[in-house]
Every structure is written in structure tokens, then in C-alpha cells.
Write a protein that binds this ligand. Sequence first.
Ligand code: SF4
Ligand code: SF4
Length: 452
Amino acid sequence: MSTNIQSGSLVQIRRNSTAVPLPHAPAPTSFHLFETELGAHVMLVNGSRVFTISSEIAAALEGSEGDAAQLLAELGLSAPEYITGAPLTDSPIRSLSLAIAQKCNLGCTYCYAQEGGFGAQEKNMSAEAARAAVDMLLSEAAAGDSFNLAFLGGEPLTNRKLLRECTERAVALAQTKHARISFSITTNGTLLTPEDGEFFERHGFAVTVSLDGVGEVHDRTRPFKSGRGSYDRVLANVRSLLAMQQRMQVSARVTVTPANLFLRETLDEFLSLGFHSVGFSPMLSSPTGAGEMGKAEMDVMLAQMISCGEEFERRVARGERYSFLNMTNAMRELHKGTHRPYPCGAGAGYLGVSADGGLYACHRFVEDPAGAMGDVKSGVDVARQARWLAERHVHMQEPCRNCWARYMCGGGCHHEVIHRGRPACDYIRGWLHYCLQAYIRLLERRPEFFYA
Ligand code: SF4
Ligand code: SF4
């Protein structure tokens, strides 16, 4: 196939190392065309390389169908495959989350941990299992290596004493190895105290508070077990932490269900309260099906996300901070040209630890045989881990292998895919399509945002 490309009609916005394609269509799979007020653009799946192109090139690519590879070669855009089908093999554990308390004082309607116990009897992690987990994480640390220890539950602050012991043990162990360790906690916020804040501040915790909306909206999905709403308690507790933030960062995480689709108001309210950032995540799979998002709700969520993104664009263009976490992360990833064969580090460099010391692919797989990976005493089940990494590679997933978003999405959260399938692909592609457009606009209007 020959083309009539004018010299200078192709402008590379960024060359790095990832890949991308089309919004809602399954093919072609090697590129994704999109437009902004600034012109026509293409994202190449192989390498997530973004270009501004002439309308002639855009039309040629659109009509290229099976000849896209040849056309891209003629344009000088061929590159070796950045991602092969080979599964990850050498994957040292860099991050562990401890289900330090498999119990909770709330009765959230959709909880993946089934009110804390993960379908089993409620329990605290033993000191022995916690120590073994910390030691496993740091046992082979070399000078300069970085690690993260996360505390989740259930509600981790129901086992506050062990949380502090683990933190201090990890700090001491990392110091002896000249390694770096960071800490995070996801909490429902109902048990937070100023003393917790001082402890988190001292150790530079990333604190994520689960909040599902403002006032009654939150109370409907996150009540105490008695049925009473938890919003006022959380807000009262979290205020002292918000005022303390120096080393510590306190963020709000909103699980989006059909009951709280008011993202823009929620975002603005939580940012005005002083949260470091606010992020949204749709509820796609709950043990009982409660709170799961359907197609119509995902469409509403996408429109709301884009509305939040447009405000982010306006604020950032004016040089203001507007910490909409999904957008901040997306801009960072697009600028890096992130491309990956998995959606996350689950089962690779990141594992979850159950209260009994069992190892699982991540915090959501705790007590779930589908994600079992050994235990803290005998270590990672390397044969199981290798099988997981081979099976979960995005090239092994349908319909992902033909999806333009495959190396940005990575195939979707393993837990949701295994337990519900892929009900959110249009949402994922729609969001990425918008983020690509926003990336081009911000790069033009506020380039310093990317180089600060
Ligand atoms: S899960 Fe992600 S990669 Fe797979 S088809 Fe859906 S959007 Fe594409
Ligand atoms: S599998 Fe899902 S829940 Fe677990 S770490 Fe990955 S994205 Fe998160």
C-alpha cells in the first residue's frame, strides 16, 4: 500500500515505550485515532507512542484495516514489540498488604471482605504471622531497594497495636538493610484518633479513607452494623489528620455504586475539606451482587468522570492544584508511556497476607483459593505464581488481545474478571479515550504540569 504523506505532516508528541488504539471498536488493534481542537492524533498500541498527525494520515490509517502495519512502516513508525507474550518470571516481592484484622465495625452493603471476615470467622492477625510477613518482605532487601507495607482489613484499626508493632519492626529491619520502606493504610475512618494521625505522620503513611459520598449518600452504603450512618463520625475523626498532613497524605477513596453517581459534587466537597486527593472506583463485583454497577450506571459514571476531568483541565491550565486522583494518575501514565501486560502487580511484586499468614494474589483474594499463593512460613508457592503470571498475561485474555486499550488497561482487575467478567470495557476505553485528548490539551496549555 502506498501513501502520500507530506514531509513534516507527522509530529511526534512523545516517544517512549507503550501502546494504544480505538474507542469502542475491537479493531484495528495496532493504533487508536482520536481528535482534539488541536488536530488529529494517533496512539500506537506498541509503545503507547502519541503523535499529532495530518488529517490525510488519519484518513489513511482509518482506511488501512489489515494493512495498518505496512502503513505504519511507511510512516517510519514501526518498532520492535515492546510487550511479548512471555510471562513475567523474575518478580521479587516489593509490596505486601496485611489483612491485619479480618473483622470490621461497619456493615457496608457491597463489601468484598463480607463485613471483614472474607466469608470466614472474624479474627485478628496473630503477632507471629505479622512478624513472619514483615520479615519475608524485607529478608532479602538490598541497600537502596524500596518496599511498601499496606494495612487493610476488614478494618485494620481494630488491631491497632499489631499495626504499630509491624510498622516499627519494618522500619528497624529496613534501616539495618539500608532499604526504603513506605506504609499505607486503607481505613473506614470510624476508629481514627489524633494519636493515630501522629503515628502515621511520623512514618509518612499514605492514608486512604473510604468515603462513598457526602452525608446520607455515604450513610446508605457504609452504615455501622447497627444500621446507623457513619459519615459524621468519619468526618469528625479525619479532620485532625487532615490538619496534620506533612509527611502523611490523607486521601479519600470513593467506591461508586448506583447509589452515589454524583462524582463532581463529591470530588469538590472532599477536596474542599482538605483531602490530599480523591479517587473513584466502580463497584463491579460484590459477594452478593449488591451495589454492582450495570451498563447504564457505567455510562453515567463515565460522563461524571469526564466532567471531573474537564474541571481538572481548567484548574491545571490555570496553574491550580485539583487533585482528582484518577486524572493525575492517567496523565502521569500517559506521559510515561506506560505499557504493561498485567493490570497491576497482584501475584507478582505484590501479595496479600491473610490473618492466618496465607499468601494471596492481592488483598481482595484473601481466603479465596483462586488467588492462593503459599504462606508466610514456607514462602511463595512459585509454581502457582508462575502459572498465575502465565494465565493472567493480557495476551491470554479474551477479548483483550484484540483491544486497543490492552497495554494501558492490562486486562482489568483480576479479581473482578475472575468473579464477574469484564462488564466495564466500554467505560475503560471511553475514559482512556478522553484522557488521551486531555493529555494532548494539557501538554499544549500547561506543559510545566508534566515537567514539574
Ligand atoms: S479488560 Fe481492558 S484490555 Fe480487556 S477488553 Fe476490556 S478494556 Fe480492553
Ligand atoms: S487484582 Fe484487582 S484488587 Fe487486586 S491489586 Fe489488582 S486491581 Fe487491585
